[in-house]
Design a protein around this ligand. Structure first.
Ligand SMILES: NC(=O)c1ccc[n+]([C@@H]2O[C@H](COP(=O)([O-])OP(=O)(O)OC[C@H]3O[C@@H](n4cnc5c(N)ncnc54)[C@H](O)[C@@H]3O)[C@@H](O)[C@H]2O)c1
Ligand SMILES: [Zn+2]
Length: 361
């Protein structure tokens, strides 16, 4: 099949393009090479065999129409990512991520393309899942500053104050986007669902967890924690770990994420696939093997041969204590499971190249 990969020059998109061509598919890349991701004046990468390269913006109807020629399905990775600097970034996030998705979906309707895989995110949940021994599943509110200052990082049961057990978030957990980026990622899903219903299309959102691996951008306010640790080690410095390092996350390797995209695209396009026209489905896309932030810093330091992490006890308001997901629905319904283990993936990441800073940091 021929797949349009928006954002195909990005960290994840470039691995998706490679996985598609390795699986015998063709890829068309549409990427604006945003300065926030690639720096000013970035040149288009050389196109590999089986890849058509177009520099353009998903908000540009003509560029999207051109990119959709002969395409069977769209894999929509293009987005402004990360937390940004402050709320003044909101118009740009909404424009890129939501106006961009709306323009893309409209062009797909016109071009008769009815299959969409969207790069979703676990940020739509806002919080992890917690259980109290007495009250079952509860939703703790934001953590109080005096607790954090005193090193009480784990949120207590809102009903009885007991210690909570962190669990795995399922796709039917309440949606609670807590910042501009998260809000735009959730709106992308709602737009995709509305499009599917309106045109009889089928859409899948893969809600990625913490993606890491070769080509991850280094040292920008937009990158994830694994990138900060890896960038510090590259400078010969110790990774600094906030809180007590016991925060739990699900780190998933970028090649597993690329494979999930190919699997979802093939599932949508398979003759006789039981995707009803008008359907939208969201899948957690994680490794299923949670680790703490402290373990991640230690693993990277060890594999890189750098100084041991320093646990600072500092905290950032708005950080979530634990967020880990169950990716069982993706295994059951799509037949996808992450294959790259934590130690193996971190070992490779500790030794691999990162993308140069964008200059926007
Ligand atoms: N990295 C993660 O851990 C993570 C986690 C959850 C979800 N995601 C999602 O995965 C997708 C890819 O993220 P990434 O980490 O590879 O980021 P990235 O910044 O490396 O890649 C995004 C790419 O999209 C392009 N782009 C952005 N806006 C565009 C527009 N309007 N028109 C055309 N191209 C545009 C950029 O130039 C860039 O090449 C995003 O949708 C992001 O929200 C990433
Ligand atoms: Zn309780």
């Amino acid at each position: 099949m021929r797949v349009l990969v928006t954002g195909g020059a990005g960290f994840i998109g470039s691995h998706v393009v490679e996985a598609l061509t390795d699986a015998g598919h063709e890829a068309v890349v549409l990427d604006a090479l945003l300065p926030s991701a690639h720096g000013e004046g970035a040149a288009s990468p050389a196109a590999a065999p089986g890849v058509r390269w177009l520099r353009g913006d998903v908000r540009d109807q003509d560029a999207v129409a051109e990119a959709l020629h002969g395409v069977d399905a769209v894999c929509h990775q293009a987005a402004m990512v990360g937390l940004g600097k402050d709320f003044s970034d909101a118009p740009e996030y909404v424009s890129c991520n939501d106006l961009g998705t709306a323009v893309l979906l409209t062009a797909m309707e016109r071009a008769g393309v009815r299959a969409l895989v969207l790069a979703g995110s676990m940020v739509v949940y806002g919080e992890g899942r917690y259980a109290c021994p007495q009250h079952g599943v509860v939703r703790p509110g934001p953590r109080a500053v005096p607790d954090l200052r005193a090193g009480r990082f784990d949120p207590p049961c809102p009903d009885c104050g007991a210690a909570l057990r962190p669990g795995l978030v399922g796709e039917d957990a309440p949606l609670d986007p807590r910042n501009t980026y998260a809000t735009t990622k959730l709106a992308q899903e709602h737009l995709a669902a509305a499009w599917a219903r309106a045109v009889g299309g089928a859409a899948v959102s893969l809600r990625y967890h913490n993606v890491y691996g070769p080509g991850m951008p280094c040292d920008t306010p937009y990158a994830g924690v694994a990138s900060f640790f890896r960038s510090a080690l590259a400078r010969g410095m110790a990774p600094t770990v906030y809180e007590d390092g016991a925060q739990r996350r699900d780190f998933v390797h970028v090649r597993d994420i690329a494979a999930a995209n190919v699997t979802a695209l093939e599932a949508l396009r398979m003759p006789g696939a039981d995707r009803a026209p008008g359907s939208f489905a969201a899948y957690n896309t994680g490794s299923g093997d949670p680790h703490t932030i402290g373990e991640t810093a230690s693993a990277l330091a060890e594999f890189h041969g750098g100084p041991d992490p320093v646990v600072t006890g500092e905290f950032r308001l708005g950080d979530v204590r634990h967020i880990t997901a169950s990716s069982e629905r993706a295994a059951r319904e799509l037949g996808w499971r992450a294959q790259i283990g934590f130690a193996e993936g971190m070992k490779e990441f500790a030794a691999s190249d990162m993308r140069a800073p964008s200059g926007r940091a």
